[in-house]
Design a protein around this ligand. Structure first.
Ligand code: ADP
Length: 632
């Protein structure tokens, strides 16, 4: 058998090159994090090996003591990180180290602005992992062999981080990965025993495996490594320790490891559950949304362990979609070690763990909303639109989630979403029975909608909804605390006790008086409208369009059509305002052709005012111009 040991030179994916440059510049001031990233990868590799070895113990190759070794060589100016984890085969090295295997990479790069400060924050969200080695090294040599392959299947990857890397097949008797960093000239910081050990203790103390180094001693005013090993970190599963024993710093560093994030989390909930299901959960809410939060393919953030043994990443069964930003660890004492994704799909135990974990996260958020409103506002900015998916997805917790949702409203008239349904109810007018809202495709369209006129006049608050997800939200949230959610643009507006007898009387009169006009408009507009009637909603505008109580809102119809989906063509009800000059004008119009033009104009205007699109814009312009030339 002839094994190719030829050295091959391959180019990085274009983005990798760009990423390396950006990272070296933006992370240099915080360069020690490279060690955390490499140790974090080594720890993941050990987790993977332990899991695969559950069904194939031979993978241990008589070496089941998993550990990470860190060593340095002053003379050679190298720092070496070695693990005996799963290792990689040739293809895995190419896929993992030469490309960025993350979905959404392109979008990430399109967001970069060239402004170093802004880009540095983005790079934190993206996570650079292995490549952070190039912050301190001008050459990196990675030698690896996948567990289960024979010694001659080792692979050596080497790169100066400048556009290409070499790959060759080498003998590697031990499985796992060894990474040698050739440190940049003039940068001696990491050639110090003390510096390395303190960095490990600072960032990687929570790593479950022992991180070992040679003990050093002082000789002739120098630190010299001895032959004796010492374990530098605490090497116990952080989540299994008692809360009182864990510092905030440790919680933060552990988060960065599990979430592959560079920034500390916003909050966490650490729980030991006993009873029917025994498990520990340590769940984090990140401070910043990842760049691919809306990517459907994206990974979920919960790592599943069984009795401290890592089972899988991204266990999507453990968190619902609307909490997909939550990161952390769940460690079950009851699940079998050979649990697979398929088993998880139908496991009652998993359902119970998920329900319990969701409760903890919602509780954490409720607590934050109540006691740290500013922090909660920050959370809402990052993840609010995701949480709004909740009432539609999680029926059991609908009311709880609805309580956490924040809206823009006519109370503040600003785009900021800070009004809760509880706040709204607290401000309801005497006699008001419903929670009123309007949906539109932009905040401005919602805020200026003619449908709000009567509500503004009467000082009744209306929620202004303009996120895409809002239609889905109101569709799945018919009521809150016994109060119906009511669109102001739907159905026959009945303000009930909010109107007095005199107002009702007046409306009745107007309706009777305008009956002939209403019929005439209906005849002219024909199929365009379902019905024409006198409005109760308007004070300033001449007319508006209303959707039937049970019909899809015009906004949703437009959203669906824009997305290329099927949506029914619902015919709106056309409401006219008897107080308005244009309506009077119509009433006095004797010329049938001019009447038809005016009625069509009014209709098109109403459609435009609510953000709709004209079916025949050219005719609208022709009619409008026809009237404009008649101006005195
Ligand atoms: P991330 O860890 O965020 O996925 P990295 O760039 O740090 O990104 O690593 C990319 C991939 O390379 C990892 O997901 C893993 O599959 C592989 N890898 C990195 N380091 C090691 C290692 N020490 N042992 C085995 N595989 C590794």
């Amino acid at each position: 058998m002839t094994e190719s040991v030829q050295k091959e030179t391959l180019g990085f994916q274009a983005e990798v090159k760009q990423l390396l440059q950006l990272m070296i510049h933006s992370l240099y001031s915080n360069k020690e994090i490279f060690l955390r990233e490499l140790i974090s990868n080594a720890s993941d590799a050990a987790d993977k090996l332990r899991f695969e070895a559950l069904s194939d113990a031979a993978l241990y190759e008589n070496d089941s003591e998993l550990k990470i070794r860190v060593a340095y060589d002053k003379a050679a100016r190298t720092l070496t990180i070695t693990d005996n984890g799963i290792g990689m085969n040739r293809q895995e090295v190419i896929d993992n180290i030469g490309t960025i295997a993350k979905s959404g990479t392109r979008e990430f790069f399109s967001q970069l602005s060239g402004d170093q400060k802004k880009d540095a924050a983005l790079i934190g969200q993206f996570g650079v992992g292995f490549y952070s080695a190039f912050i301190v090294a001008d050459k990196v040599t990675l030698t690896t062999r996948r567990a289960g392959l024979t010694a001659e299947h080792g692979v050596r990857w080497e790169s100066a981080g400048e556009g290409d890397f070499t790959l060759e097949t080498v003998e590697k008797p031990t499985r796992g990965t060894e990474i040698v960093l050739h440190l940049r000239e003039g940068d001696d910081e990491f050639l110090s025993d003390w510096k390395i050990k303190s960095t490990i203790r600072k960032y990687s103390d929570h790593i479950t495996l022992p991180i070992v180094m040679k003990k050093s001693e002082w000789k002739d005013g120098q630190e010299v490594p001895t032959d004796e090993d010492e374990t530098v970190n605490r090497a116990s599963a952080l989540w299994a320790r008692s809360k009182s024993d864990i510092t905030e710093e440790e919680y933060n560093e552990f988060y960065k490891h599990v979430a592959h994030d560079f920034e500390p989390p916003l909050a966490w909930s650490h729980n030991r559950m006993e009873g029917k299901q025994e498990y520990i959960s340590l769940l984090y809410v990140p401070a910043k949304a990842p760049f691919d939060l809306y990517d459907r393919e994206r990974r979920h953030g919960i790592k599943l362990y069984v009795k401290r043994v890592f089972i899988m990443d991204d266990a999507e069964k453990l968190m619902p979609q609307y909490l997909r930003f939550v990161r952390g660890v769940i460690d079950s004492a009851d699940l079998p070690l050979n649990v697979s994704r398929e088993i998880l799909q139908h496991s009652k135990d998993i359902d119970a763990i998920k329900a319990g974990s969701v409760k903890k996260v919602l509780g954490l958020l409720e607590d934050m909303a109540e006691n740290e409103p500013e922090k909660y506002a920050g959370f809402w900015k990052e993840f609010g639109r995701v949480l709004k998916e909740g009432p539609g997805e999680d029926f059991a917790n609908r009311e709880k989630i609805a309580g956490l949702i924040r809206f823009a409203s006519t109370h503040t008239d600003t785009e900021e979403q800070i009004v809760s349904l509880k706040d709204y109810i607290g401000r309801m007018k005497e006699g008001q029975e419903a929670i009123y809202y309007i949906t539109a495709d932009s905040f401005a369209a919602a805020k200026h909608s003619p449908h709000l006129e009567i509500f503004r006049k009467k000082g009744i608050e209306v929620l202004l909804l303009s996120d895409r997800v809002d239609e889905w939200l109101v569709g799945s949230l018919p009521e809150f605390e016994g109060k119906k959610l009511q669109s102001v643009a739907k159905g026959d507006l009945d303000l009930g006790k909010l109107e007095d007898e005199a107002e009702k009387e007046e409306q009745k009169k107007a309706e009777d008086a305008l009956k002939p006009l209403v019929d005439r408009i209906k005849n002219t507009l024909g199929d365009k409208v379902k019905e024409v009637r006198v409005t109760h909603r308007l004070t300033d505008s001449p007319a508006c369009l209303v959707t039937g109580e049970g019909d899809m809102s015009a906004n949703l119809e437009r959203l669906l059509k824009a997305a290329g989906q099927d949506a029914p063509n619902t015919r709106p009800t056309f409401e006219i305002n008897p107080q308005h000059g244009l309506v009077n004008r119509l009433q006095n119009e004797t010329d049938d052709a001019r009447f038809a033009d005016l009625a069509a104009l009014l209709f098109d205007q109403a459609l435009l005012a609510e953000g709709g699109q004209l079916e025949d814009p050219a005719s609208f312009v022709r009619r409008l111009n026809g009237l404009l030339v008649q101006l005195p």
